[in-house]
Design a protein around this ligand. Structure first.
Ligand code: PRX
Length: 630
C-alpha cells in the first residue's frame, strides 16, 4: 500500500507534508479510492460558519470502494467473522463476496419498501452481521443511517427517530447479552407510540415473541427472500450525508453528528491502515458496539474499506466467564485487538488466572479507545495480554472527528504509558489557554483545539447548524474545540486529561450531565438536581447526582431507587447514577449558577480545600452537603 507509513522518519515526513501541502497530501491518499468522477477541488473551508467540504464535486459510493474496488482480488477472503454471545453457538463467517450479496439483497429490500436516497433509517440492532449489512445497504442506496445503541431506552430512541425524521427502523426481536435475553422489538414498539415511521424490519435473533403491526412491520428473512443479490450503487456526492450519529453534549438534548461520504471514507481507511499497521490475512477485532462511532469507523467502514477481516462479537467480556475475550482471541487467532480501558480494568479485577488458559501468541497490536487509560491498566494490558511484545496504540478521537486523531503508529511511534503520543498526518493540534491564546512549545497544558480541517470531521449537527457552530467553533475563534484538556510534555507527546466541559465519560460512553439531570427531574418528587462525574475504579468516571427532593411518603432509599429507575427508563441503564445524595440545597452563586467545581470536589472526596466559596449565595449549604455525604 503506497499510503502506508513504515518508519518513524516516514511518519515525520508524511506529517510535515500533510501540514505544508494538505491538499496535495490528501489528494494523493484519495486517489487510491474509486471515484466515479474525480473531485474538482480538494478542500474548501471556513471555521467561522463553519463550512467544510472535501473532495468537492467528487462522485462515488462508499460500498463500491469496499466491494467492487477489490472484489476480484479479495472476494473469497473473510470480511466478517461473527462470534455469538454463547460460545456454544456456531459463529458465522462472511467472505467479501458473501457480504456483498447480502448487502445487495437487503439494499433491494429497502428499495422495495420505498426507501431511497436521502431517507433516514434508524438501526437499533444487536451485534450481528446484519447490523453491518444494514449500514452498508443504506450506504449502497444513498439512504442515511443513524445507528442507535440497542441499550438506549424507548424514549431515547423515540427522540432520535423524531429528530432525524426517520422513515424506517431496522431492528431485531431480541438481543442476547451474557446470560440475559433482552427485548428489543418491544422497545421499538414503545418508542413508536411517541413517534412514527413507515417501516420496521425485524431480524429474527432470539425467537422471542413479538408483536408485528400489519403493514408496518416485516421480518428481515421474508423481505430479502425474493430479492436479487445485485444492486447497483447509487451515485453520491462526496459531501452527501453518509450517516448521523447521536452523541451527548453539555446541553440536555443529544445532537446528531453528521458525517459525509468522501472525506469519511478516505480518513477511516487511511487511519485504520496506519494506526493498526494491518497486514493482509490478519484478524482484527474491535470490541466496541456498532452503536458508537468506534463501531462505525473501526468495525465496519475502516476495516472493510481496507479489505481486512473484522471480527464482530455479540457478547460481553465476562460471559460465560472473565476469560471470554481471551478465548475468542485464541479461537480466531486474533492479531489486532482494540478495546476500551474500562474493559481492561474490569478484567484486571479477575487477576491473571482467566488469561493463563489461553494462547494469545497471535496478538501483534493492542489498542485502547474511549477514555484516558491509566498507567496501571496500560501496564497490565501490556504485560499480561501483550506479553511485553505488542505495541499499544492509545487512540484519542471523538464522534465528531470521525476517525483517530492522536495515536501512536503501531510498532513505529515509541509509546509512553497513558500518552496518545502524536497526531496523525493531517491533524493540526493546538493547545490554548482559557482566553484562547495558543500555547506553543513543549511542557504546556491547556484545552485541546484543532486548527485545520481533516477529511472526516463533523460537518453539522443535524437540523441545527447553529448548535454545531456554538458547540465546536465559537469557544475559540477559528478553531475546532474538542472539549478535552491536554498536556504536551517535554518530548512533544500528548496526554489527554479528560473533558473540561459538562460531559462525563462513563465506561467510555459519553454522558451529558444536563441530560442526566433532565431525566432525574422527571421524577415528581424531585425539585432540583445537579450531576457531576467522579473517579470510578472500573468505569473511569461514575455519575454522582445531588438531588433536592420532597421526601413525603417516601424513605430515602425508596426515592433513590425510584430515581435510578427513572433515569434508566428515560435514557438507558448506562446513564443510571452510581451515587445519589439527597441534599437540602445546591451551592449556587448569587446569579443562580451552580458551582459544579465544589460538587465535583465533594464527589471525589477531596473535602479539605473547597477553594473560594465567598461568591456563594449560601456558603452553609456546602457544609451540609459534606456532612450528608455517605
Ligand atoms: O474525552 C475524550 C474521550 O472520549 C471523548 C469522545 O467520546 P466519544 O465521542 O463517545 O468517542 C469515543 C470513541 C472515539 C473524548 O472527547 N476519549 C476518547 N479516546 C480517548 C479519550 N480520552 C483519552 N484517551 C483516549 N484515547
Amino acid at each position: 500500500m503506497s499510503d502506508r507509513i513504515y518508519t518513524l522518519s516516514g511518519y515525520l515526513y508524511e506529517y510535515q507534508k500533510s501540514v505544508t501541502q494538505p491538499e496535495e497530501f490528501w489528494a494523493r491518499i484519495a486517489d487510491s479510492f474509486h471515484w466515479r468522477k474525480r473531485w474538482s477541488k480538494v478542500l474548501k473551508w471556513n471555521f467561522d460558519e463553519p463550512n467544510v467540504q472535501w473532495f468537492i464535486g467528487g462522485k462515488l459510493n462508499i460500498t463500491e470502494n469496499i466491494f467492487e474496488r477489490h472484489l476480484f482480488t479479495i472476494g473469497d477472503r473473510p470480511a466478517i467473522i461473527w462470534e455469538a454471545n454463547d460460545p456454544n453457538e456456531a459463529g458465522r463467517t462472511l467472505t467479501y463476496k458473501e457480504l456483498f450479496y447480502e448487502v445487495n439483497r437487503f439494499a433491494n429490500a429497502l428499495k422495495s419498501r420505498g426507501i431511497g436516497k436521502g431517507d433516514k433509517v434508524i438501526i437499533y440492532m444487536p451485534m450481528v452481521p446484519e447490523a453491518a449489512i444494514a449500514m452498508l445497504a443504506c450506504a449502497r442506496i444513498g439512504a442515511i443511517h443513524s445507528v442507535v445503541f440497542a441499550g438506549f431506552s424507548s424514549s431515547a430512541l423515540a427522540d432520535r427517530v423524531n429528530d432525524c425524521e426517520a422513515k424506517a427502523i431496522l431492528t431485531s426481536d431480541g438481543n442476547f447479552r451474557g446470560s440475559k435475553k433482552i427485548a428489543v422489538k418491544a422497545v421499538v414498539d414503545e418508542a413508536l407510540e411517541k413517534s412514527s415511521v413507515e417501516t420496521v424490519i425485524v431480524y429474527e435473533r432470539t425467537k422471542q415473541e413479538v408483536t408485528m403491526k400489519e403493514g408496518r412491520d416485516f421480518w428481515w428473512h421474508e423481505v430479502i427472500a425474493s430479492e436479487s443479490e445485485q444492486c447497483p450503487a447509487e451515485e453520491m456526492d462526496s459531501e452527501d450525508m453518509l450517516f448521523i450519529l447521536y452523541t451527548s453534549g453539555s446541553t440536555g438534548k443529544p445532537k446528531g453528528v453528521v458525517h459525509t461520504t468522501g472525506g469519511y471514507m478516505v480518513y477511516s481507511q487511511y487511519s485504520f491502515d496506519n494506526v493498526f499497521q494491518y497486514s493482509e490475512g490478519d484478524v482484527y477485532w474491535c470490541t466496541a458496539d456498532v452503536g458508537w462511532i468506534t463501531g462505525h469507523s473501526y468495525i465496519v467502514y475502516g476495516p472493510l474499506l481496507a479489505g481486512a477481516t473484522t471480527l464482530m462479537f455479540e457478547g460481553v467480556p465476562t460471559f460465560p466467564d472473565a476469560g471470554r475475550f481471551w478465548a475468542v482471541v485464541e479461537k480466531h487467532k486474533v492479531n489486532v485487538f482494540y478495546t476500551a480501558p474500562t474493559a481492561i480494568r474490569a478484567l484486571q479485577a479477575y487477576g491473571t488466572e482467566p488469561i493463563q488458559k489461553y494462547d494469545l501468541s497471535s496478538l501483534k497490536v493492542l489498542g485502547s479507545v474511549g477514555e484516558p487509560i491509566n498507567e496501571e491498566a496500560w501496564h497490565w494490558y501490556h504485560t499480561h495480554i501483550g506479553k511485553n511484545k505488542c505495541p499499544i496504540v492509545d487512540t484519542w478521537w471523538q464522534t465528531e472527528t470521525g476517525g483517530i486523531m492522536v495515536s501512536p503508529i503501531a510498532g513505529i511511534t515509541p509509546t509512553k504509558p497513558a500518552y496518545a503520543t502524536l497526531p496523525l498526518p493531517g491533524v493540526q493540534l493546538c493547545i490554548v489557554d482559557p482566553e484562547g491564546n495558543e500555547l506553543t512549545g513543549n511542557s504546556v497544558e491547556g484545552n485541546l483545539c484543532i486548527k485545520f480541517p481533516w477529511p472526516s470531521m463533523i460537518r453539522t449537527t443535524y437540523g441545527d447548524h447553529e448548535r454545531c457552530k456554538q458547540t465546536y467553533f465559537s469557544t475559540y475563534k477559528g478553531m475546532y474545540f474538542t472539549g478535552d484538556g491536554v498536556k504536551r510534555d517535554h518530548d512533544g507527546y500528548y496526554r489527554i486529561l479528560g473533558r473540561v466541559d459538562d460531559v462525563i465519560n462513563v465506561s467510555g460512553h459519553r454522558m451529558g450531565t444536563a441530560e442526566v439531570e433532565n431525566a432525574i427531574n422527571e421524577h415528581p418528587k424531585v425539585i432540583e438536581s445537579a450531576v457531576v462525574g467522579y473517579p470510578h475504579e472500573v468505569k473511569g468516571q461514575g455519575i454522582y447526582a445531588y438531588v433536592i427532593a420532597d421526601l413525603t411518603n417516601r424513605t430515602e432509599d425508596n426515592l433513590i431507587n425510584e430515581i435510578k429507575e427513572m433515569v434508566s427508563k428515560i435514557i438507558g441503564p448506562i446513564a443510571k447514577p452510581d451515587k445519589i445524595q439527597l441534599v437540602p440545597g445546591l451551592p449556587k452563586t448569587r446569579s443562580g449558577k451552580i458551582m459544579r467545581r465544589i460538587l465535583r470536589k465533594v464527589a471525589e472526596g477531596s473535602l479539605d480545600n473547597m477553594g473560594d466559596t465567598s461568591t456563594l449565595l449560601d456558603p452553609d449549604v456546602v457544609t451540609k452537603i459534606i456532612e450528608g455525604k455517605k
